[in-house]
Write a protein that binds this ligand. Structure first.
Ligand code: 6PG
Ligand code: NI
Length: 184
């Protein structure tokens, strides 16, 4: 007699629901994202880097989307696999990420170009304020999965980050290190 809502497995972020939308981003889709372009070209373009799995839900003012990003482990040269990263098209709209499995970093950057990193691990909660670009980075050896909730009207503005983020996360001397980069 009761409505059975969709489910999410907190161990891996996969949904159980009738309508799930998935989108895979491959290495070939990420032109210009990794700093070592020679290393990027050496990777087959069909290599899957991350997958976004979303519940199909209502769109419009006040509605929310729920989705999980599954980011594979790996590196392009010395730089860890990461999502493209974006500001929301509706710049003032925030988002919440929850770490579910794996380990990594959430790179946040404001409109002034100031960047910071938060550790993502199972159970971590990340409040992404409005006006803040965000990118997931997998610094571990297993898939990094993070559940996200965001306004359906938020949209994505990828072009605003054409010059990239102010920090890159690399493996240097066997250690995970954040390096400042010169933009523009
Ligand atoms: C969003 C979320 C999230 C994000 C994915 C892929 O606003 O939709 O932040 O679902 O889109 O993690 O990241 P990119 O959109 O930067 O490729
Ligand atoms: Ni977002």
């Amino acid at each position: 007699p009761f409505f059975m809502p969709p489910g999410v497995a907190f161990t891996n972020g996969h949904f159980t629901a009738e309508n799930i939308i998935t989108k895979v981003t491959h290495s070939g889709d990420l032109a210009g994202i990794f700093h070592d372009q020679t290393a990027w070209r050496a990777i087959p373009s069909e290599t899957p880097i991350y997958q976004v799995e979303m519940l199909s839900s209502a769109q419009g003012e006040g509605e929310l989307y729920v989705g999980t990003t599954h980011l594979n482990p790996g590196r392009v040269g010395d730089e860890f696999y990461m999502t493209r990263g974006h500001f929301h098209q509706r710049r003032e709209q925030g988002e919440v990420y929850f770490g579910l499995r794996g380990s990594g970093l959430l790179l946040l950057q404001n409109e002034q170009g100031e960047a910071r990193l938060e550790e993502v691990s199972p159970g971590s909660v990340h409040i992404i304020p409005g006006l803040t670009a965000h990118r997931l980075i997998n610094t571990g050896t297993e898939v990094l999965s993070a559940l996200a909730v965001w306004p359906s009207i938020a949209g994505h503005d990828y072009a605003a980050l054409a010059q990239g983020f102010a920090l890159r996360v690399v493996l240097h001397d066997g250690k995970i290190q954040a390096k400042e980069v010169q933009n523009g």
